[in-house]
Ligand binder design. Sequence first.
Ligand code: PEP
Ligand code: MG
Length: 904
Amino acid sequence: MRKWVYRFGGGKAEGSTADVALLGGKGANLAEMANLGLPVPPGLTIVTDACSWYFAHARSLPEDLKAQVLDGIAGMETETGRSFGGSAQPLLLSIRSGARASMPGMMDTVLNLGLNDETVQALGHDAGDARFAWDSYRRFIQMYADVVMGLDHEAFEEILEDEKARNGHEYDTDLSAVEWQHVVALYKRLIEEELGESFPQDPHVQLWGAIAAVFASWMNPRAVTYRTLHRIPEQWGTAVNVQTMVFGNHGSSSATGVAFTRNPSTGEKALYGEFLVNAQGEDVVSGIRTPQSLTEEGRQASGFEKPSMEKLMPETFREFTSICDRLERHYRDMQDVEFTVERGKLWMLQTRCGKRTTRAAMKIAVDMVDEGLISTEEAVSRIEPPSLDQLLHPTIDPKVERSVIGSGLPASPGAATGEIAFTAEDAVAAESEGRKVILVRVETSPEDIHGMHAAEAILTTRGGMTSHAAVVARGMGIPCVVGAGSMRVDLRNGQLICPGGVTLKRGEIVTVDGSSGHVLKGSVPMIQPELSGDFARLMEWADAARRMAIRANADTPQDARAARAFGAEGIGLCRTEHMFFEGDRIHVMREMILAEGETGRRAALAKLLPMQRSDFTELFSIMHGLPVTIRLLDPPLHEFLPKSDDEIAEVAKAMDMEPAFLRRRVEALHEFNPMLGHRGCRLAISYPEIAEMQARAVFEAAVVAARETGEAVALEIMVPLVSLRPELDHVKNYIDRVAQEVAQETGMRIDYIAGTMIELPRAAIRAHVIAETAEFFSFGTNDLTQTTFGMSRDDAAAFIPTYQRKGIIEQDPFVSLDFDGVGELIRLAAERGRATRSDLKLGICGEHGGDPASIAFCEEVGLDYVSCSPFRVPIARLAAAQAATVQRQASVAAQAANEASPFP
Ligand code: PEP
Ligand code: MG
């Protein structure tokens, strides 16, 4: 018989954390906590395979699953001494989703299941608290009607608000048993009126309805969007956890809360969380009531008046902190836990590795190394390389005066400016038009996820640090301020009303500072963050762990300085053509291109020579002895020429020539397919004087820089778009000749190596021949992807998203390397090249050099370095370290397997 159900509780469990694929994150960790002997309400987990079964069989549940669930419930009855649907001590259940990867709030939950007109009486009687029983029943009806019967919860809110108003109550907790009973009657009537059916009274009908609804929620639109954004495979499915209910809404000695074992925003080692007295879990996360701090320190820091849990329930708090410590040591990571206190008794409902900002992730990883909990390699492996982008976010310049118009809790750090959007749809629309937006909401819900993704920052007027907005923004690494209660969203009139009489309309500009909690009017000067402290230590460990060098693609002194500040170990690509676009140079360049003979070209090139020389001198000086790869001119020449009639007229005037002449020359240089046309080394072969001028500028600059800095330049000269070895031979001859001339003229020989880009399939296939001349290869994967796929890199954006949507390709191959095709060519070229020249230097300089998955591939193939844009250098350093660690571990494992093999 297939095993669909795994049980846990009473100090033991059938599964453990290792079974996460089968039990989902929540189920696996509940099992683990039960095995650790922690107070976990007994329950069972229906495996994720049952979710696949459910969808494969017209949304039905397997028959043998039902028997196993009932068996599990019988076990829970024995353990609790209660009975499901019983008229004395009724067992109530919570039914929760739990996928393999955390998908917070994306799927459905039903609490208090098992209540009906009869069991509610029994519960009230048993608990000696009728009010609690009726409160639980109305919660159940509301949730069940929403999740299982599809009736929007807002209709119920209206009934509740009316009841409160009628009886003069401010809070839900003020309602009496009789009043709740009245609310329940109105709820049931609403269901009958709206749906034409009554609320199911049979607990078994409720149970199967709820289990099926939780499975069905795997395919609800917000879960589908979340999976797409987080690349979670659809076939994983969700598990369903059926667990004994414990009640945080059982009077003033009951409570419910959520906690992080360390601060998820800063990483500080201090218990951090919120709770609500006399409440159930959904009250805390929904942000409907503003919760209280767990610790005294937290209460003081946030300025809350209501007492902390530490003060209110000192003994339970002590037990809770010791469990948190234990969980952290057990999992060797910061935990995000949910708990309930039922009449003084603590119950753990969930633990998982907590989501955190990158800054917090760094601090936690570094602290845990210092605490001896993890190794430096593990610390490095815990930071997602792309998340380092968060640290590169600007913050508000502390020197400027702030015009603060409101403030709330600092939920996710960094600052951002944009126009106000009050709905997710408005945010998405503005972003699609290229405008930056701040999403301003009373509170967010999972339905807002697309708007949150479109926003630069999020501001809510309600909710705490663990509200939906706060958790999601931290995960996305965008600034967020929550609970800005002094501000009011007036949706009807499309305005944000701030204290002090300031009112901002939709579309007006605000700045949100997620580090201080401030909201500022207009835009504000920002500064880049310091990359020191934990960042520097982690990067040091990453540098020790990696094998490949990291270089930057840099064409200007500014790029080169940024690259060095981010830790680049050289320049892997200097696109010299970029130097010709600055200031007056474009005129001289045009003069050269428009000249009708070699003499005219040489005259213009003579004017360009000192400009290039001074650029190279500065680059070499900044890089101070580190390797610098200078690439000869690559793009088709007409890229430098004017295109429209207006531009032609303007340029002709500036250059003192006839517009008709200029147009004729522009037309003569026109190419149907310039990316496959007269470009790359083909230019140097047609016009050797261009390559000669560039080589001269490079060597003369190297002499000057070496004399100035006292460090010899580690010079690499690169020839683009080679497909035939004789092309490279030809151009290398020009370079070598100029090198000799400059050595004679200056009395200083410059060491250099000459190599080529591998950016055409023929070059990759003939790599063993090209390596007879080339001393290095740099994989130009932008062009190599373009030419391997036969897809224009400039036009592919028109159809790649369609390909992705239709499942033809998963990733844009211009962003993340196509391992199977382009990758095979790289592998082949590396092998063939090295077979000819064992010390052939290999690198990559296409955009893929900054993409972590592509970097892992480069490590596997054994490249010597990756080169990426300066701002991606830290990401590449970390990704290269992780890739090297994975390779090392794989080779250790392979060796061990080899040694264990009985076959020689
Ligand atoms: C490449 O083709 O990958 C490359 C780095 O060169 P460019 O992008 O300048 O064509
Ligand atoms: Mg290229």
